[in-house]
Design a protein around this ligand. Structure first.
Ligand SMILES: *Cc1c(COP(=O)(O)O)cnc(C)c1O
Length: 397
């Protein structure tokens, strides 16, 4: 009898008791809007911003309604205008080119390497095509950030980091999100903290943050934010910056604050699971494990492996056989977008040149979430199933 996995790849942990209690407290007093405060009160959203800024080491943090909103706001805050071209990763999720398109700007896709990071050679070639790079650390893989920043600094490119999968990660000891001018995070259910929907923007730049705060819908109540640039900076920007509401509320912030406190432990728990799956897959014939560079401290909340140069039919067979045993693999190379996966050429609103080297890699990427509701034993079982089914198909079974 072959083993079957019974867990759910989309089931996250419950909200910590402390978060539930804090949320109930907010509901009891009814001041859910972040600017609705009692005399002398600092709201949950403002407190969360202070704590998030401290966690990342940034001067400023802004809590917003989603990761996608954070990205679009970041692009607006650095001055991207309709028709501008913005460099971004070919291997990413739909909200990334979507954020660019939401401004009427045009994504220019940069290729992906076998390390699943942005292709720095391709970036060098395309560096003269845009002034801004929305760098997506897709599935938590960090490129050589020192090399990337050297290319972008030399070309005068402003870098905004999409850290939806790298909250808690670092490159050579520098936290992910602290290389570019700004960074964006998501606290949507499938990310490293869960408030259903939500996101953050961080930066050290006074003016960029003042604009982002006004954009987020602060009205003229920005003094109540958790981390606030000096008043004269707001005076410079407040009449020229539109209000595009996308605030976080006190209820979500209340749920997130206790999660931020335990995040380092959660990251360690993800990595323990990641390592069990990685070890279990290593050495499977035909299957490439993605080796992580020494400088990268990652958060293994998902794992990817490569079936490079396999036929579509063989990959489909692996997916089908794994699914029959309870292991849900996501395929980024599939011809049509399904669930969360899609290819750069499925975003038809953003025309792209064919990228054969990137297509070869995208076609071979298989992806799986590792929610913390999985035990280490679950992870070992999942790896055994993938190993057996991949091996069977590889040997022509
Ligand atoms: C989830 C995600 C986002 C956007 O986050 P939302 O909160 O869902 O808008 C951006 N980039 C990547 C890579 C993501 O996975």
């Amino acid at each position: 009898m072959s083993e079957i996995f019974k867990g759910s790849f989309t089931q996250q942990e419950p909200i910590p008791e402390e978060g539930i209690a804090a949320a109930v407290k907010v509901m009891c007093h009814g001041r859910l809007h972040r600017y609705n405060l009692a005399e002398g009160e600092i709201g949950e959203a403002a407190l969360l911003e202070q704590e998030f800024a401290a966690f990342t080491g940034a001067k400023y943090a802004l809590a917003v309604a989603s990761g996608g909103y954070a990205m679009a706001t970041g692009l607006r805050a650095v001055g991207v205008k309709p028709g501008d071209r913005v460099l971004t990763n070919a291997f990413t999720l739909a909200p990334v080119p979507g954020a660019i398109a939401s401004l009427g700007a045009v994504p220019v896709f940069v290729g992906v390497t076998e390390s699943l990071t942005i292709d720095l050679e391709d970036l060098r070639v395309k560096a003269d095509q845009a002034d801004v790079l929305m760098l997506s650390h897709m599935r938590g893989h960090l490129c050589d950030m020192d090399a990337l920043m050297a290319i972008c600094n030399a070309a005068g490119i402003t870098v905004i980091e999409d850290c939806a999968h790298t909250l808690g990660a670092a490159w050579a000891g520098v936290a992910s999100g602290r290389h570019g001018l700004m960074a964006c995070y998501s606290t949507q259910t499938y990310k490293h903290m869960n408030s259903g929907e939500g996101g953050f923007l961080i930066t050290d730049d006074d003016e960029v943050m003042a604009r982002a705060v006004i954009l987020s819908g602060s009205y003229m109540l920005y003094g109540r934010n958790g981390t606030v640039p000096p008043p004269d900076v707001f005076e410079r920007v407040k009449y020229d910056t539109p209000n595009i509401s996308g605030r976080m509320d006190n209820l979500r912030a209340a749920i997130l604050r206790p999660q931020l406190r335990v995040l380092p432990g959660q990251c360690a728990a993800w990595n323990a699971r990641y390592r069990v799956v990685e070890e279990g897959l290593r050495g499977t014939p035909g299957l490439g494990v993605v080796e992580r560079p020494e400088q990268e401290s990652y958060v293994g909340s998902s794992i990817q492996f490569l079936l490079l140069d396999w036929s579509d039919a063989a990959i489909a067979k692996v997916i089908e056989r794994c699914l029959a045993r309870g292991v849900e693999l996501k395929w980024f190379g599939g011809a049509a977008p399904t669930g969360f996966t899609s290819r750069y050429d499925s975003w038809r609103y953003a025309p792209s040149e064919p990228m054969p080297k990137t297509d070869r890699i995208l076609k071979g990427i298989l992806d799986m979430r590792l929610p913390l509701t999985f035990s280490l034993e679950d992870c070992a079982l999942i790896a055994r199933i993938i190993r057996a089914e991949t091996g069977a198909v590889f040997q022509g079974g």
